[in-house]
Design a protein around this ligand. Structure first.
Ligand code: AMP
Ligand code: MG
Length: 496
């Protein structure tokens, strides 16, 4: 054990497990051990996530480290389980799903008392694998590893990622690809779909047992309150509303918002064919299997509503129809309100005025018509000059309809003047909410292609860059560029 500041840093064997989920009745999981990856080696390690569980970062240099997170060795105290869940996939109830290729290795309690699931994705077949091989490919583990950390850097609730381990095993997708495992972390991996299983099996006692567990572990302030289950539903809905509002404001699409991919604690979960917007396009579809655009960018708030209805149905033995309707209405109000607040901040507005929503919407319409780059434009808008004579040429040149921009800019100037906004002070504020760097697909793709040649340096570079997406990082300027032409055709499949 090493000491560092207040917390003592632990070796792998010293991690303190408190496996609350594995202590639930057996109906909630299946006990399964990982299927080892042959010759595991470390692809990337994230010291920021290690700090969350008080793990000594030097542990990553031990040969056993890749063994543990490549499924070859179990740390003492670990009790691996595959969690059971169901879900609505693309609008239809899909029956029992469950962790078909991931295992909850156990839960670590850190010195501050916080608890973190260690969840190993790609760990081999489970009773829930159906026809799947239980594996994950290096490409998809890198994408999940990087995006979890990028979202965290942006201040968006998300699963975190400790490491990626690859091994000498080819995994067959459209073609053979290197197999890998991702160790991800979250306060819990319980999903909306976890409740749906027991509702669909007509087992209200198990629904209640799971709700009690979630309250005890993650919403303890609701214990012994009246209407605890309705309040739980309400808090889940509000967290989901705030989460999705943040996705919309930062310009990020999840891609597979099935109810089994919705976290019960309101964090971004299960990164698949996600995408950040390049050119602003409300109809952006990042998942090339989503032929009807169900999960298109602009639909995400409505899909959140749909998924909450699925959760509400699963909780119907605990929550009255009136309570359910109230919660769903609260979700809609909260999501819209949070989104408006976030857009105000992106525009550098301090006060709330009745026309703000229209001001934001009109800008977005102009951006859509000109396919202006979402991240680059909002970052540049921080430099808007509000003086009466200022023409803001660089911003204006982002638009095909320059007169349209001029008309919008005149309204924006009036609005800024009305609240006595100073250009320098506003720019500083806007730069704290409009990121300079986001994980564009082409950046992830470059890291993946290098990794396929066993060069893992780009993964680390991106991880460090994206941990501070609001800071100017002059030596990394090229990472803030719009996608090159070759990257505009990257399509991300669901296969992972
Ligand atoms: P996902 O699309 O990753 O959210 O997964 C949906 C369901 O399919 C979950 O039950 C997964 O565990 C399962 N699944 C996805 N890929 C595989 C695989 N390669 N092997 C086994 N199960 C899988
Ligand atoms: Mg999933």
């Amino acid at each position: 054990m090493r000491s560092c500041g207040m917390a003592s840093l632990k070796r792998l064997e010293e991690l303190v497990f408190d496996n609350t989920y594995a202590r639930l009745p057996g109906a909630f999981y299946a006990r399964v051990e990982p299927t080892p990856l042959p010759n595991p080696h470390l692809v990337s390690f994230n010291p920021d996530a290690a700090a969350l569980i008080d793990l000594d970062p030097d542990e990553a240099t031990r040969p056993e480290f890749a063994g543990v997170f490549g499924g070859n060795l179990l740390i003492p105290g670990s009790e691996p389980v595959a969690m059971i869940y169901s879900g609505h996939q693309f609008g239809l109830f899909a029956g029992r799903l469950g962790d078909g290729r991931a295992l909850l290795l156990g839960e670590i309690r850190n010195a501050r008392g916080d608890k973190w699931d260690l969840h190993l994705k790609g760990a081999g077949q489970t009773p829930f694998s159906r026809d799947g091989d239980g594996r994950a490919v290096l490409r998809s583990t890198i994408r999940e590893y990087l995006c979890g950390e990028a979202m965290h850097g942006l201040g968006i609730p998300t699963t975190r990622a400790l490491c990626v381990v690859a091994g000498d095993e080819a995994v067959l997708r459209e073609r053979p690809e290197p197999g890998a495992m991702l160790l991800r972390m979250a306060p819990t991996h319980v999903r909306f779909g976890s409740f749906q299983t027991f509702f669909s099996w007509r087992q209200p006692d198990q629904v209640q047992r799971l709700a009690d567990y979630v309250i005890e572990q993650h919403y303890p302030h609701l214990e012994r309150t009246t209407d605890a289950y309705a309040r739980l539903f309400q808090e889940v809905a509000l967290r989901t509303a705030r989460l999705i509002a943040r996705w919309q404001a930062v310009g990020w699409a999840h891609g597979v918002m099935n109810s089994d991919n919705m976290s019960i604690v309101g964090l971004t979960l299960d990164y698949g064919p996600y995408g950040f917007l390049d050119a602003y396009d409300p109809y952006f579809i990042c998942n090339h299997s989503d032929h009807h655009g169900r999960y298109a960018f602009r639909n995400q708030p409505d899909i959140g509503y749909f998924n909450l209805r699925c959760l509400g149905q699963a909780l119907s033995s605990l929550v009255t129809p009136e309570q359910e309707q109230e919660v769903l209405a609260a979700y809609e109000t909260e999501c819209a309100q949070q989104y408006l607040d976030l857009m105000r901040a992106k525009l550098g507005l301090r006060e709330a005025k009745p026309d703000d929503a229209t001001l934001a919407e009109d800008l977005l319409s102009l951006m859509a018509a000109s396919r202006a780059d979402y991240t680059i434009f909002f970052r540049a808008l921080g430099g808007f000059a509000s003086g009466p004579e200022a023409r803001n040429h660089a911003l204006r040149d982002c638009f095909l309809d320059r007169d349209g921009f001029d008309r919008w800019a005149a309204r924006y100037k009036d609005r800024l003047r009305a609240e006595g906004s100073g250009d320098a002070e506003r720019k500083e504020r806007m730069h704290r909410v409009n990121p300079k760097y986001v994980l564009r697909n082409y950046l992830a793709q470059a890291a993946i292609e290098k990794a396929h040649r066993k060069d893992y340096t780009e993964i680390d570079r991106l991880r460090q860059l994206l941990a501070h997406p609001f800071d100017e990082q002059p030596e990394m300027e090229s990472y803030a560029a719009p996608p090159p032409d070759w990257a505009k055709t990257i399509s991300v499949s669901c296969s992972s």
